[in-house]
Design a protein around this ligand. Structure first.
Ligand SMILES: Nc1ncnc2c1ncn2[C@@H]1O[C@H](COP(=O)(O)OP(=O)(O)OP(=O)(O)O)[C@@H](O)[C@H]1O
Ligand SMILES: [Mg+2]
Length: 243
């Protein structure tokens, strides 16, 4: 058997609420899971049980009390995201790990097309040289890819060159999805990617996830929409802290 892309071992995470007399809230109490290339694991469980918290630990946004989050890197090394330095986390986020958060957060005034294309440029070694021409060519390629994703996700063409701050919830979510999927990744994390989408666009997202799996990407997702979950998940993991 091949080594899983992601191995989580006995992960524990407690929040300390300083405004409430340092009340301790144990959320993850020994989570272990493996995710192989081409697999999509769905995190399921009632609201407030720790699904998003686990996702943020996988993304390296939250540290843990103990346990490991082991990512198999492209270079054959293994990185423990639970203890990685911020520099290591930034590095794997650039090329190996993509994350679609529930809400779009962007730098103001950047057009939607570049919000997406920049993510692809960051991952392109050809673009990260001092050669201006190579950088311009990489940006042009990335914009083409961004346009084709917008096209598939039915983002109205009139919006492509506008900053997404004033877009509707569903439009912002599709920009966010395009930004996650444009990035080459061995691990793709999806937190409610279809929450504000209509049926047509939900189907597009299902196709995008299937294509990522077929490329060998390991996917971990939270999908409240059971139809989407049934369509894409190869396995479900139950997350609960009050069990
Ligand atoms: N940064 C934080 N500081 C303190 N408590 C937090 C923090 N983030 C989450 N929590 C608490 O941890 C618990 C789990 O939250 P989390 O967002 O992981 O749940 P969830 O399973 O994703 O829920 P939902 O399905 O509603 O999105 C909740 O009780 C929440 O209040
Ligand atoms: Mg959540």
């Amino acid at each position: 058997m091949t080594t899983p892309v992601l191995r989580v071992r006995d992960l524990r995470k407690t929040f300390t609420l300083h405004l409430r007399d340092s009340l301790r809230l144990p959320v993850l109490q020994g989570v272990s899971l493996d995710v192989a290339a081409g697999e999509c694991v769905a995190l399921v469980g009632p609201s407030g049980q720790g699904k998003s918290t686990l996702m943020k630990c996988l993304h390296g946004s939250y540290g843990a009390d103990s346990g490991e989050v082991l990512l198999a890197r492209d270079n054959g090394a293994t990185l423990d995201l639970a203890t990685a330095t911020p520099q290591e986390v930034i590095q794997v986020r650039r090329r190996e790990m993509a994350y679609v958060s529930q809400f779009l957060r962007v730098v103001p005034r950047v057009p939607a097309i570049d919000v997406v294309a920049e993510r692809r440029v960051d991952a392109d070694p050809a673009a990260n040289t001092l050669d201006d021409e190579a950088h311009a060519a990489a940006l042009a390629r990335a914009r083409d890819e961004a346009r084709s994703l917008f096209d598939r996700l039915n983002v109205p063409q009139g919006l492509w060159d506008l900053p997404p701050a004033t877009f509707s919830g569903g439009e912002q979510q599709r920009v966010n999805i395009a930004r996650g999927f444009i990035q080459p990744a061995t691990l793709l994390l999806l937190d409610e990617p279809t929450a504000s989408l209509d049926a047509t666009n939900r189907r597009v997202v299902v196709q995008l996830i299937e294509e990522a799996k077929a490329r060998g990407t390991a996917v971990v997702g939270i999908f409240h929409d059971e139809e989407v979950r049934d369509a894409v998940a190869t396995r479900c993991i139950h997350v609960r802290h009050d069990a």
